[in-house]
Write a protein that binds this ligand. Structure first.
Ligand SMILES: Cc1cc2nc3c(=O)[nH]c(=O)nc-3n(C[C@H](O)[C@H](O)[C@H](O)COP(=O)(O)O)c2cc1C
Ligand code: SF4
Length: 651
């Protein structure tokens, strides 16, 4: 690889000194858990994950949240229980694999306080004051002072365990509305003792933690503090509050770094609707106010933006979480000045945030499967074969990419005149343009590995192939189901018609009704945004009791806010029972009562079915055939990418 990126992104690849450590560049892997933890202990899979991530070339890495006290463990116990000496050996190995690549390694000290983060606890949640989180069912137990002392010691004990395990430092998780932030915020800290009542007393818990860590681990042990510069909630910490906190902590002289983020649980992993580099402005304020070195992350996906943030003084270090999950070669490609080769994070937050049960990634199937034998696009093929891939959606493109990169000769056939399939339509709705990034990446990869691409080529059997292949991957996808005949009429169409043909111009009666089938996913809600944005007065109808029931949690509040601003209305527990001239009849699925709504545009989520496939005809001709993605059963893009990657590695 060339080093062209060193000229284009000189600041990114500058060394940087923190404490007594020299970082090789300005790039930091932000903390993220993998869920690959059993009974509170690091697993082999987790070690393999961090080992590969360390090879990415980051200067520093903050490994994901480690629990500091038994009172904050969740029943699934899939977070490292760093307070226990039993965890030290696994942590030692996890740290060592990263240090082997010259990375400066920190662990993150976490106590979630009143936030359950979606898991069940055996014990009551705790917080400075007994104020219920809007995200949870019950109010927490109000910590007594003696319990606060115990927690301060727990942070220091866990930091000492990290130090014993070889870590260069620890980051105090003071962000995202977790325990430390709960002490900092007047909304969650209503105490009237030494730990609350005014900004100085609300700082006391954090200051005691920092002092206790310094006391146990010494001055050379790096201490980073993660803060949500703006919690972005009605009563949460604002940028001005955080500036004052950062200034006060810097004045104490015991913290080496600030790690700046925005948001609280449910909003801090920003989805594709959030502008890139969203935290840079806040980070700059905290950097100027505190004089401390600052890390900033959040939706920094391309080296150019990272370089620009450094150039504008927004931060000293650039934090990447999902960019490195999506492409572990991000830094090597940036150094080579080859941004077009970067597989971008598309910001959908589905596979990386659902922990089902581990960290996975929609665009990078290897994530969470690092120990699986022969599951690598980098493993050369044993025998070079001619592979035909039929279908140019994300699944077909991925199979072609992996097969070609492993050394096979590949021809890709696509029936349409362009690549992308239905996925390209899905990218056309508001706030989803980042989806195009995957197709662009795959297209570039195919060009570079000399995959022959035949567009406008419908394959029904072996005779349609330009050359007899050794093996075929069928990725012909799915087709939209038609609107049921009883609902057909003027102004009625399917959500897929909107995706392919666009939203009609609003009529004089601008009422539109969108009928979800209960799937409650982007296939409906992406179309909803397009209709609302076009100026229709939209009502969304769903047979379920909640909307939008299958969209990842971190996208829901933003989506509902945008639809809310367009004055979208909802009818839950309702189905479409009739379409009349300029109106629809809806029926409540519980009460059976019907109502009429005015509508000159009626859009139905009709679902998808498997498209006609040449697989049987090809098998009958004695050709080895694999099928991937929606042609097996219509699902999400990540299913197609995973299956395609698997097949690409097997051929
Ligand atoms: C899978 C995953 C797990 C995360 N776990 C943590 C965590 O343990 N502690 C933390 O402070 N932030 C955590 N984060 C947030 C990231 O550190 C980062 O702030 C966020 O993803 C935004 O940066 P990005 O746009 O580069 O992904 C996590 C993010 C992801 C995607
Ligand atoms: S799953 Fe999606 S949001 Fe998460 S890292 Fe991968 S591409 Fe990005």
């Amino acid at each position: 690889m060339s080093n062209r990126g060193l000229e284009r992104f000189p600041r990114l690849f500058e060394a940087f000194r923190v404490g007594r450590h020299e970082l090789g560049n300005r790039l930091v892997a932000l903390p993220h858990g993998t869920g690959m933890v059993r009974d509170g202990l690091v697993t082999e899979d987790d070690i393999a994950y961090w080992s590969e991530l360390a090879a990415s070339g980051v200067g520093m890495m903050i490994q994901g949240g480690i629990t500091v006290h038994a009172g904050a463990t969740l029943r699934h116990r899939n977070r490292i229980e760093g307070y226990s000496t039993a965890a030290i050996e696994g942590l030692r190995r996890r740290c060592a694999v990263a240090k082997a690549h010259g990375v400066v390694v920190l662990g993150q000290l976490t106590h979630i306080g009143r936030e359950s983060t979606g898991g069940e606890q055996d014990q009551s949640a705790v917080a400075p004051s007994p104020i219920r989180s809007s995200r949870d069912l019950f109010a927490p137990h109000e910590l007594a002072q003696v319990e606060i002392f115990e927690l301060v010691a727990a942070f220091a004990d866990t930091a000492a365990n990290l130090q014993k395990a070889g870590y260069d430092g620890a980051e105090i998780h003071g962000a995202h509305g977790y325990l430390v932030a709960q002490f900092l915020s007047p909304a969650t800290n209503r105490r009237i003792d030494e730990y609350g009542g005014d900004p100085q007393r609300r700082l006391r818990f954090l200051r005691e933690i920092i002092a206790a860590i310094r006391g146990r681990c010494g001055r050379d042990f790096l201490v980073s503090l993660r803060l949500s510069a703006d919690e972005e909630t009605a009563d949460g910490l604002t940028l001005e509050n955080s500036v004052a906190i950062a200034r006060a902590i810097a004045g104490d002289g015991a913290v080496d770094l600030l790690d700046v983020t925005l948001g609280v649980r449910g909003t801090y992993v920003k989805d594709a609707s959030t502008p890139k580099g969203v935290a840079a402005r806040a980070a700059k304020r905290l950097r100027e106010a505190s004089g401390l070195p600052v890390i900033v992350g959040q939706r920094i996906t391309q080296p150019e933006l990272a370089e620009q943030i450094l150039a504008e003084g927004g931060a000293d270090l650039i934090g990447l979480a999902r960019a490195l999950i999506a492409d572990r070669d991000w830094i090597h490609k940036a150094r080579a000045g080859d941004e077009a080769a970067i597989r971008p994070c598309i910001g959908v937050n589905q596979d990386c945030r659902s922990f089902a049960p581990y960290l996975h990634c929609a665009v990078n199937a290897r994530v969470g499967r690092e120990t699986r034998p022969r599951f690598s696009a980098k493993a050369p093929a044993r025998h070079r074969r001619h592979v035909a891939v039929i279908g140019g959606g994300p699944g077909g493109l991925e199979a072609a990419r992996v097969a070609a990169e492993r050394g096979h000769s590949v021809t890709l056939y696509e029936a349409a005149t362009s690549l992308g399939g239905q996925f390209a339509h899905a990218a056309s709705v508001p706030h989803r343009a980042d989806l195009n990034g995957l197709i662009n990446f795959q297209r570039v990869a195919l060009q570079r590995s000399a995959v022959e691409i035949e567009l406008d080529a419908r394959i029904e059997g072996p005779a349609d192939l330009t050359r007899r292949p050794d093996v075929v991957v069928v990725a012909t996808g799915a087709v939209a189901n038609p609107v049921p005949e009883r609902f057909c009429g003027a102004g009625v169409c399917s959500a897929f018609d909107i995706l392919s043909a666009g939203v009609p111009v609003p009529a004089s009666d601008n009422n539109a009704v969108l009928i979800d089938d209960g799937s409650g996913f982007w296939l409906t809600y992406g179309v909803a945004e397009a209709i609302a944005e076009r100026g229709w007065q939209l009502t969304i109808v769903s047979p379920t009791s909640s909307v939008p029931n299958n969209i990842p949690g971190e996208s829901i509040s933003g989506l509902l806010a945008r639809l809310g601003r367009a004055r979208t209305r909802y009818r839950v527990l309702s189905v479409l029972t009739d379409v009349g001239a300029g109106s629809v009849e809806l029926t409540n699925v519980i009460s059976g009562e019907s109502e009429l709504l005015r509508a000159s545009l009626v859009v139905l989520q009709t679902g998808r079915s498997v498209a006609a496939s040449p697989a049987s005809a090809l098998r009958a001709a004695g050709i080895e055939v694999f099928e991937v993605g929606d042609c097996i059963a219509p699902r999400r893009m990540s299913n197609a990418v995973y299956e395609a990657y698997s097949v690409g590695c097997r051929i």
